[in-house]
Design a protein around this ligand. Sequence first.
Ligand code: SF4
Length: 475
Amino acid sequence: MYYDKLFKLMEWTVEKIESNRSRIELMLEKIDAASEADIDHAVEHVTSNFDFSIPGVPTLVGVLVEDFIDSIHARLDHKYVIAVNYPILPSVTLGLNYAQKRTNADIYIFASTLNSINVLGNIFDKYTRVLEVGELVGQAAGRAHCAQYQAEAGLFELGILPVPDQVIVSGWFCDQAAEADEMLSRIFGFEPLYLEGVMDWTWEENLDERIVHYDANSIKRVFNRIEELTGLVANAEDTNKGWQYFGTLANATVNLLDMNAKASRQIFSHADISLVYWSMFVAADLKHEEKVLGAVEKVIKAATERVEKGEGILPENSPKIYLGMRTICDVKNLKIIEEAGLHVTHIFMDAFTKYELMPPIIENPTPEIQATEFFFKRPGLSNAGNLYQYEADSMKQYNCDGAILSYLFNCRPWSLGAVMGKDYIEKTINKPVMIMEADFYDSRLYSPEQQKTRVESFAEVLKLNKEMEMMGFAE
Ligand code: SF4
């Protein structure tokens, strides 16, 4: 069939394509990509975004697509459908997935919108329609609503994703997610289960244990409600397995990033590195557990070999920069930065901080308390000021020559962060910072050509600074 070439590229076997024909075709119809021209475009688009010659990359892309197809079929395949919405990582709810796997309960628990945004944006180039439809369903542009929730509205309205029975709504850190899902729950009729969060801790001060207990209780309440509705209970072993799986993927991501940041030249494009990072989003569907772990291992092995051989995608000693945002829907702006000759060491909250690496403050924590304390230690989730401190500290750690920060035009928490972060970095570590327009979930409002010119000028400044620094060092 006309679409086989795309699936073969992602290392789907002929037998697997054959046995999934009706599922693939339903997906292509739903996303308006059921033609040879659409598939030719998708092949061109995805191969320009990701390097399929890196071992593990085709599998990771293939898993994103398979997970997307499964999520489209969730209502047809399962009695209950439960979605977990961002900004909360699946680590908090993975225990439920292990409980489902252990009991074989007829429930599908998934990180719905994130993977759909990624697949539609970076693989099929069919994302814009979803945002536009979402804007017609109460998530209008200019009303300060997050584009992730414009996308959720569009995905439900277009019938791409089924409306779940319950949505675990993240009230942690960001109020827009909870506000938008409250509105969408009334339009589409799902039951919102709120994680209430007061994420506020200035790192140097004592951890406010009362707040941690309050937030942890909201996880407990969500789990209790799911038990009441479906009978599903995550026991201690399920929860531990969830944290272990999440921890394995998180550590693999941090190791890969650390290796790339310390190398004398950038090893892989961050588009490819992001595939390992994104594997945490599809972690909620344990169907791909072994395949994902195997592919991640291959990517890390290939990266190690490149370091040993001194290979990479940029010349040695290119200026190193910290990038303040990882766009989920479009890796093109990453490519622009790398093509300008800048070695991107780490992105947003990639690196672990000294706070995350320290032992738990609250003794004998329940799994919910452990999860909550973990998020309080993450830069930016606990307190905006902590993010700026993390940015400056991690830039020093990786010898960065500068930074590119982005204000997110659709996001209240991060719309000002770039301006304040620039001020903090320039004052504390005296490194140049450029601010670039971008958004996690919406690439319509900036032009790659315009970004390219600005990034190239910034790269020239950093290259000159670097040459002068090296000459001074030689003297
Ligand atoms: S992008 Fe911003 S507004 Fe949207 S969920 Fe994330 S933090 Fe909240």
